[in-house]
Write a protein that binds this ligand. Structure first.
Ligand code: TZP
Ligand code: MG
Length: 205
């Protein structure tokens, strides 16, 4: 889990999801999350199936949609606080699939751990225009606070750039996700590699 975590954003992407995900896989990311808020299920299934194919052995997760994850044989899902409740998602996905949960404070983090989340997305660390309803920025202090109490992998998200990522990693994040700082750039693979280098500088793997 340590390293850069890739999430698609077709509306911000220069080159499109397929190109971006291929670049992320080439950069060696461990996990890709397909996040698509449009609701034409037929298109989503078709694209998720394509992305699933290029994400081997990279882990492939689907945002929100347990049905889509099951349909395309994804490795798991990422759930927000307003998505399908964790117990239902676990029942439908079975014990082996990965379920990540977005948390905005320590209480949500402890609850997600209690339910059996495989990792936590801590959000939003900084102000972001990418997700309109992301809520108030938590700052790196929340990463540190959750880190002290929870040993699950923590992926930090929201307004992360190459400049502020070192502070996020220093606070205890195992992974960082930066969407606009990566998919709006001409060289997605190169940008991801720069994030990955921050983990090596910090002494991780
Ligand atoms: N969840 C919380 S913040 C966010 C998501 C999907 C958007 C992060 O995008 P950016 O461009 O890295 O701020
Ligand atoms: Mg969601």
């Amino acid at each position: 889990m340590r390293g850069y975590y890739f999430i698609t954003d077709a509306s911000l992407s220069r080159a499109g999801n397929l190109s971006d995900v291929a670049a992320a896989v080439a950069a060696g990311v461990r996990m890709v999350q397909y996040r698509e808020k449009r609701d034409c299920t037929r298109d989503l299934v078709a694209q998720a199936r394509e992305l699933r194919k290029i994400c081997r052995p990279t882990l492939f997760l689907v945002n929100d949609r347990v049905d889509l994850a099951l349909e395309v044989g994804a490795d798991g899902v990422h759930l927000g606080q307003e998505d399908l409740p964790f117990p239902e998602a676990r029942r439908r996905l079975g014990p082996e699939k990965i379920i990540g949960v977005t948390v905005h404070d320590l209480t949500e983090a402890l609850a997600a751990r209690e339910m059996g989340a495989d990792y936590l997305g801590v959000s939003p660390i900084f102000a972001t225009a990418t997700k309109a309803d992301a809520g108030a920025p938590t700052g790196v202090a929340l990463v540190a606070e959750i880190r002290r109490r929870v040993s699950l992998p923590l992926v930090a998200i929201g307004g992360i750039t190459l400049n502020n990522a070192p502070a996020v990693i220093a606070a205890g994040a195992d992974g960082v996700c930066a969407i606009s700082a990566v998919v709006t750039k001409p060289d997605v693979r190169g940008e991801i590699k720069k994030f990955q280098r921050l983990f090596r500088l910090g002494g991780g793997g």
